[in-house]
Every structure is written in C-alpha cells, then in structure tokens.
Design a protein around this ligand. Structure first.
Ligand SMILES: Cc1ncc(COP(=O)(O)O)c(C=O)c1O
Length: 422
C-alpha cells in the first residue's frame, strides 16, 4: 500500500497563505449546521439512548427503506435487502474490493480514475485494465473486446467524474447498461457527484437503465451502485450506501461485521431525520448555485491567466476539472514551484494507469471562494508561464478530455466542446 499522494500533499498545504486546489473538500458554508442541530435535538428527545446503541451491520431499517424507496422506479422495486449503509462510499469501495476480488483478477477501470479506488484495490493484487475515459464518459465501444478477458468487476463514475469532471452521455449509458446485461458483467457505479449538476438535464444512472424486476419481484441487476451523503450534507458524517443484488449486500454485511460492526447509529438517525424533513429539496438547489459560481470563476480565471497551450475540461457538475499541459511537461516537477508560490494542485499522473497523465493536473473548484480562486489561478498561471517558457514544448496533442483552451484571455471552444454537451 502506497501513501496517497493527495494525503501527503495535504500536509504541505496547511502552510499559511497557501491556496489549495488540491483536496476534494466540499465548501463548509454548505454544511447544514442548524438543521443538523435541530435534528440531533429531535433524535435525542424522541429516541434517546436507542440512537446511541449498537445497531444492525446492514444499517438501520428505516434509513435502508428510505434509500430503497428513492432508488425504486416504475419498472423495478428496490427493497431493504438491496441496501447496506456504510461509512461513506469509500468504505463501500473498500469492502466491495475485499469481498468480490481475488489476486490476479482483472478489473476494468476508466483511465484516468478515482485515485482512492486504485489505492483501495491495488493491494488486493488485481490487474487493472484501462478503458479510456473521454469528455462523454468511458469509451463503451472498447468494452466488448475487453469483456472477452472475463473481468471480475468494472468501475465507473458516470456523473462528473473525479478527476476530469466528465459526464457519460445517454447513448453510452444505454449501451453500457445493455452490455453489462448481455455479458453478466458486474459494474460498480460510483455516484458521489450526481446531485452537483450546474447545467444540462439529469441523465438516468446506469443502474436505472440496467435494473429490472426478476422472478417474484426480486431486483435483478449487474450494477452495484454506491452513493453518499458527503457532498450534499457533510462528509464528516461518513454516511454512504450500496444498492445491489442481495447476494452482494450479504457479502458486504459479513465484511462490515468484522471491520467495524456497523455504521454509527446516531449519524444514521440524524441523516434519516434530515431526509424525512425534506431538507434535500432546498439544500441541493442551493449547493448547485453555490458551486456553479465557483466553477465559473475558475474557468474564467484560467482563460485569463493560463498559457494558450494549456487545455482543460469544462465540467457540467461535480468538484473537479483536469488541465492538460503540452506533452513533455511534468506537473509533479511544476508542483514544487507552485507550492513555493503558495498554490497547490494534484499532479494528474496518479489518476492514470498506463504511465500517462504526467502533463495533467487536477484542480478542485468547490472549496475556495471565487476571489481566492481568481488569485490562486493567477499565481498558478504565472508558474505555468514560467515553467513552459523555460522549456518550450509542442502544443498539447488534441486530447479528448481537454475541451477549452485559453486564447487571448477569452474562452475558446475547441472541437471537443460539443462532445461534452452530448
Ligand atoms: C469518485 C469518488 N468516490 C468515492 C468518494 C468517497 O466519498 P465518501 O467516502 O465521503 O462518500 C469520493 C470522494 O471524494 C470520490 O471522489
């Protein structure tokens, strides 16, 4: 197990005056502190010590029922036995790896992908097989050939992916859902960012397109869907869940028993109370407006301050974008200069599987205010101008994920821009 590059970085960025685009922190201003205070009071008044007792490893029944109901659609029913509550979706990913994967198994992942998924599953001795992930999601056309190798599991983040912010198009979602069914291929669909949509219409999840009622109304699906309350409520609650076939849930529950017995009972009652109060109906639109401003501030500042040869993604939601420097540039080297100028980002290489991505960097836009974003991007722009001028390089090859480039301080749409809108 390697120490996570991001965690190591987070130590450095605590220095005073540092502007960090490195972490993936939600903005604390969005945390519903007062509703949580009222909910805590209500839970302690109505349930008292029951809310503080040990509870079921699968999660408390009313919360599982709530999650099940919110995932049911006219064509299929999600039931309590399809749901396990866990300590954030990160625990779901960790447990899923441990119960479903063996050494030398092949696992299909998007390239680039979520760093902490790689950190969770790499120690299991699995082989990662990379599917390129473009502005409109993983290249589903490549899947049939890759599925011939009988991968044990596939992993995808269709909504506003980490690290690129890419959004899988509807045709790709449909094709993916059909292929999973045709090949009986299990897929973990990780969806922490689906509610953080700043433009466009919502798209159905792959789970939604794949799930159906089987015999006796039992849910049939190849998709194992992970979700979280970290981005819409607060990450410190550590509350996430898995929705899947009962055979998968049973395995997770076994692993959960030996890991931590169960997810904190009190936090589950707290979140249940917030959900039942309807808080998310007002909370989600507020968060969208709040983060849209920050995304726009970052995109505008990048257009103003970044060298023309740098390209970047234009996410329609989520918390991150990925910038691509010309080939030959190394963002790990540039990071030390950036830190000296008191601005931080995550070099992109760690999100990639095949030694690519050395010339990319992930930038988070959810945490800093628009003013701080402007100043941080100004600093980073100076660092990039200096780094790229010292060592002149070829402009970036057309990258499918990079869709906007800075040109004369204006945003210029490149040909891939329309692809992202699909
Ligand atoms: C793609 C992805 N999956 C899972 C997680 C884990 O989130 P949590 O454990 O807070 O639910 C994150 C967090 O940033 C993420 O980006």
């Amino acid at each position: 197990m390697k120490r996570s590059a991001i965690r190591e970085l987070l130590k450095l960025i605590a220095q005073p005056g540092m502007i960090s685009f490195a972490g993936g922190l939600p903005a604390p201003e969005t945390f519903p502190v007062e509703p949580l205070r009222a909910a805590a009071d209500k839970v302690l008044t109505t349930l008292g010590s029951q809310s503080l007792q040990y509870s079921e490893s699968e999660g408390i029944a009313p919360l599982r029922d709530y999650i099940a109901a919110s995932h049911s659609r006219p064509g299929y029913t999600v039931r309590r036995e399809n749901v396990a509550v866990v300590n954030g979706s990160q625990q779901a990913l960790d447990l899923l790896g441990r119960v479903l994967l063996d050494e030398n198994d092949t696992v299909l992942v998007e390239n680039p992908t979520y760093l902490a998924l790689l950190s969770a599953w790499r120690p299991l001795g699995v082989r990662f097989s990379a599917i390129p992930c473009e502005a409109d999601g993983l290249r589903v056309e490549d899947l049939p050939a890759l599925l011939q190798a009988n991968p044990k599991l596939a992993y995808s983040i269709p909504n506003y992916q980490n690290p690129q912010g890419s959004l899988m198009s509807l045709p790709r979602r449909r094709r993916l859902a059909a292929l999973l069914r045709e090949y009986g291929q299990p897929l973990v669909e990780d969806n922490p960012y689906g509610d953080l949509r700043y433009e466009g219409e919502p798209l159905p999840d792959v789970f939604e397109l794949n799930a159906r009622n089987g015999d006796a109304g039992v849910l049939e699906t190849e998709v194992i869907r992970t979700g979280t309350f970290s981005k819409v409520l607060a990450p410190g609650l550590r509350l996430g869940y898995v929705v899947a076939h009962p055979s998968v849930i049973d395995k997770i529950v076994l692993a959960k028993q030996s890991t931590d017995l169960h997810t904190a009972s009190f936090n589950q009652y707290l979140v249940l109370e917030l959900l039942q109060s309807g808080l998310l109906k007002s909370q989600i639109p507020k968060i969208r407006d709040f983060y849209r401003l920050r995304r726009d501030a970052m995109l505008a500042a990048m257009a103003r301050y970044f060298p023309d040869v740098v390209q970047w993604t234009h996410p329609q939601g989520g918390m991150f974008l990925l910038a691509t420097l010309p080939h030959g540039a190394n963002t790990s080297d540039i990071l030390s200069t950036a830190l000296a100028q008191k601005v931080a980002f995550v070099p992109g290489a760690d999100f990639h599987l095949d030694g690519r991505g050395e010339n990319t960097m992930r930038l988070n836009f959810s945490y800093n205010t628009p003013e701080i974003i402007e100043e941080g991007i100004r600093r980073l722009g100076q660092v990039l101008h200096h780094a790229l001028a010292q060592c002149p390089r070829q402009p970036a090859q057309p990258v499918t994920t990079a869709i906007f480039s800075a040109s004369g301080g204006k945003l210029t749409k490149s040909s891939e821009a329309s692809a992202l809108r699909r």
